[in-house]
Design a protein around this ligand. Sequence first.
Ligand code: ADP
Ligand code: MG
Ligand code: MG
Length: 883
Amino acid sequence: VKWVYTFGDGLAEGASSLRDLLGGKGANLAEMAKLGLPVPPGFTITTEVCTYFYENEKRFPPELGPQVEAALAYIGGLTGKAFGDEENPLLVSVRSGARASMPGMMDTVLNLGLNDVTVEALARHAGDARFAYDSYRRFIQMYSSVVLGIEHGHFEEILEYYKELKGLTLDTELAAEDWKKLIVDFKAKVEEALGAPFPQAPHEQLWGAIGAVFGSWMTARAVTYRRLNDIPASWGTAVNVQAMVFGNMGETSATGVAFTRNPATGAKELYGEFLLNAQGEDVVAGIRTPQNITEAARRAAGSDRPSMETALPEVFAEFARTMNLLEKHYRDMQDVEFTVEEGKLWMLQCRDGKRTSKAALRIAVDMTNEGLISKEEAIACVDPASLEQLLHPAIDPKAERRVIAIGLPASPGAASGEIAFTADEAERLKNAGHKIILVRIETSPEDIHGMHAAEAIVTARGGMTSHAAVVARGMGKPCVSGAGSLRIDYVKGVMTAAGRDFKTGDLLTVDGTTGQVIWGEVNMIQAELSGEFATLIGWADAARRMSVLANAETPQDARMARKFGAEGIGLCRTEHMFFAADRILAVREMILADDEAGRRAALAKLLPIQRGDFIELFEIMAGLPVTIRLLDPPLHEFLPQREAEIAEVAESLGVPVEKLQRRLAGLREVNPMLGFRGCRLAVAYPEIAEMQARAIFEAAVAVKKKTGEDLRLEIMAPLIICKAELDLVKACVEAMAKAVADETGEAISYSIGAMIETPRASLRAAEIAETAEFFSFGTNDLTQTCLALSRDDAGSFLGRYVAKGLLPADPFVTLDQAGVGELVEIGATRARAARPDIKLGICGEHGGDPASIAFCEKLGLNYVSCSPFRVPIARLAAAQAAL
Ligand code: ADP
Ligand code: MG
Ligand code: MG
């Protein structure tokens, strides 16, 4: 078995395609060597050895020893040195390197092979004793802490004590003699801690280090990191052993890290830092402040220390060419580590660079325009979910934050405003021109109008799927939920946080992206939808098959939906139109009326209001399809709760308060989500559906007369369980369409559809499709009914299901493809069999989730509909799914 792969001098046994076997670092070292780049020669011990190691009581395969010896000889041949040689010793670094980059794995050991004898040889060859002893002491420090498990702090202490004694401050001030003395102390410390002397034999050092790298795969921090990042333990790590090059050989030597483009902005510019006369991790360790690589960056930073471009001009030119070549070769932004040894450049690592979402967009678009990648590749390389960061206003990164509490980052974006503790207060203050932050212990459907009025929402209780979180995400408003340290006293109108009292009207800033609640107003930067964003999304639109619609009902949401590129409204929840202050009383009268006559009287008041809403909505959508859902929620959501409200309704209805109380009690349900809701309302009280249908058609006629444009109207009934329900609703809508056409002389075309939100509806899809011209899978409710899992109550246990791996993800965030997904598939297949041209789509939170969108593409659905803020994400995700 081949356990070892060599690289160096224009050749390599490995390649970047062998990442699984060689780890990311090893594979790219091989690739760079093959490209003819200056890579110190070395070899990679494969990840399969790691697997063998753990399957064989931490023993190595018998062939490994000879293969490592042969590889050492290969490096020796290329460098003219020999490992363990006392005259001309080869020194190596031992580096870990898994398939995925894993911070928290073993630290690298540099300068391995040094001992009391070889250090002298190194000094002679370099003509620099200080350099040699500095390297040796670094090696003892690193090896002792990484391989022998001796605390780094011991050596720091000895060093600090010594410097104090000698009146020295910087490490660079220590001479060879100083390091020699310190090395004696360091070795004594090792012997004291270990009960054995510091290993002098280079081979013992090497195998110790190799064993430590494999051993580090199972350390607690590595195991935790893998768990958090879904990296399987079976992958294993590789070990890279590589000839040392020295950045600490004086002022023509250096070490640094760089990116081929700016990882923060995406700008095409060499970006990075370096240090003269330094080794390995000095740059990132922050011991000295690093210098800029380019002159432009130095000038921009206003630094008075020279850039690499001026300090080492020839090396810089070669480095710039190399960076260019690497980016062209990998066709992605690269992140590299390099060292300069006495004016000679050496490349030590390269990998695809991490970047912000803003940079990701710019790089994808720029690289396409440069002809480096195709449009399809550009679409594929941006993570749709990361766009969310760009769509919401964000806190200016330079602004100071006085954080008073931290909760869950329930809905991203940031906003400032004045505190309001009740929904009514929020609405009143908003109408008076204030910006409001709604602060609640928790929210309920009663608070919707206050959430609408607020810029952002904070709750002291509740999780990522709490009412506040779900509604806020739907509205695209920032929300921090479950900020448990907040003490909220509604009666006094006071919130206590960080030892201070906040009253109604006090200013707060909410950062729903981080979960921070911040005292006062903080500077914001607005979402940027032009430039690269628009370009990339435009390419995505051309590549996708499914249409992307929005869930929207208020004029504000509808405008937002259009701004974000929705191709229509896929879900207009008419009940959201019922909560506003100017109509809630009429809604309550309708619900609490004794009989049909009473209901009709209340509905007559609602008709013009609802018609007005639809007119505004149709005008905004200007001929784009609008899918309207008839009234859906349990009626109790509209009922008055407080004494004053009850009295108000009683008076308006002309009935005694006691009678109304009895009626309220009669409407109470044990399980409202499975109760009197959905199309059941239309079945029991057809006059409600009639009013809604009339409002829709009258509005459509009004808009058509005004604009001359045809509307694309779709009307759907929620929570269908059988065809007969839909037939009833259809008959009612048809009658209204005809009535309005007769009255106005204007016929409006429309289609009728069913919301598939119950398992039964999916199973009976064939017959429902005889009536329905389209299906909208309401996957929020379908998830609740399929899993018998109440979204409002799941907060207390669902997290544990995910943490323990019982469910792969929160099914309200990512569609449960195995279960709910099969119901969607069954529904789609049976519906198509009955009506081949039926239009199929999903609405709900899943419509904006990339994984769920990919599933919809697989099923060949016609559209997804999601909250306006997720529309750009869905556009990109739909394109990726189609590619
Ligand atoms: P990490 O994965 O933590 O970046 P590395 O294995 O890349 O660890 O090494 C840490 C540091 O040591 C880097 O700055 C790297 O450039 C440097 N280094 C590694 N091998 C050598 C070598 N053969 N010669 C000189 N410096 C090296
Ligand atoms: Mg590195
Ligand atoms: Mg529903």
